[in-house]
Design a protein around this ligand. Structure first.
Ligand SMILES: O=C(CO)[C@@H](O)[C@H](O)COP(=O)(O)O
Length: 222
């Protein structure tokens, strides 16, 4: 399967959001980061902006909830039309229940792990999810440097997914550019969030294509 590129609109020029969405129409999904000043030390946007973008965007949205109490808010994004809703393992005591609520509300559930969070406690519930997001920076801000120390976790997850034949996408997010995407693809990622490297490029479509081709070239059969 071909690599999927999800530009993070956290790095877009919000004063020109309509034009920014046009620049990335060759991407696969739009990554929408929800932050609450509580789970992470930053605030971004929520449901009103989500609804506005969903109504006008040529691409569906991949919602990443960096919020406390995701069980309370996640199904609402699914009902409002999100393609996938990702929430953090660290933010809930019952990730399987949150995943089931997201699926029942019509979106694909995904589990996110901060760089320091191990995957082992969640291996038995991977079947509840359509995607796992291995954060390659501490969540909260765009423009940070990729953390290569997260790669062993990604590789272990890839080996588990392949060994069990699970239908699970593996996403990375944070510091992804034309160099780091090769490393992440080699370690088993197939879905890539990229903020600054896409919106900071003069030609965003060419950058999306470069990222996709680079990831495909460094993907082993999986
Ligand atoms: O979730 C986050 C940050 O917490 C990301 O989605 C960033 O928005 C990615 O930005 P870049 O590192 O690609 O600039």
């Amino acid at each position: 399967m071909s690599a999927r590129i999800h530009p993070s609109i956290l790095a877009a020029d919000f004063a020109r959001l309509g034009a920014e969405l046009e620049r990335i129409r060759t991407a696969d999904l739009i990554h929408f980061d929800v932050m609450d000043y509580h789970f992470v030390p930053n605030l971004s946007f929520g449901m009103p902006i989500f609804e506005t973008i969903t109504a006008s965007s040529p691409l569906p949205l991949d919602v990443h909830l960096m919020i406390s109490d995701p069980g309370r808010w996640a199904p609402g994004y699914a009902e409002a039309g999100a393609a996938s809703v990702t929430f953090h393992a660290e933010a809930t005591d019952d990730p399987a229940a949150v995943a089931r609520d997201i699926r029942a509300a019509g979106a694909r559930p995904a589990l996110a792990l901060k760089p320091g969070t191990a995957i082992e406690p969640y291996l038995e519930i991977l079947g509840e999810f359509d995607m796992v997001l291995v954060m390659t920076v501490e969540p909260g801000f765009g423009g940070q440097a990729f953390m290569p120390e997260t790669m062993p976790k990604l590789r272990a997850l890839r080996e588990r997914v392949d060994a069990e034949g699970l239908e699970l996408r593996l996403q990375v997010d944070g510091g992804i550019d034309a160099t780091t995407i090769a490393t992440a693809a080699e370690h088993g990622a197939d879905t890539f969030v990229a903020g600054s490297s896409v919106f900071g490029a003069e030609n965003a479509a060419a950058q999306i294509e470069l990222l996709r081709e680079t990831a495909d070239a460094h993907t082993h059969a999986h």
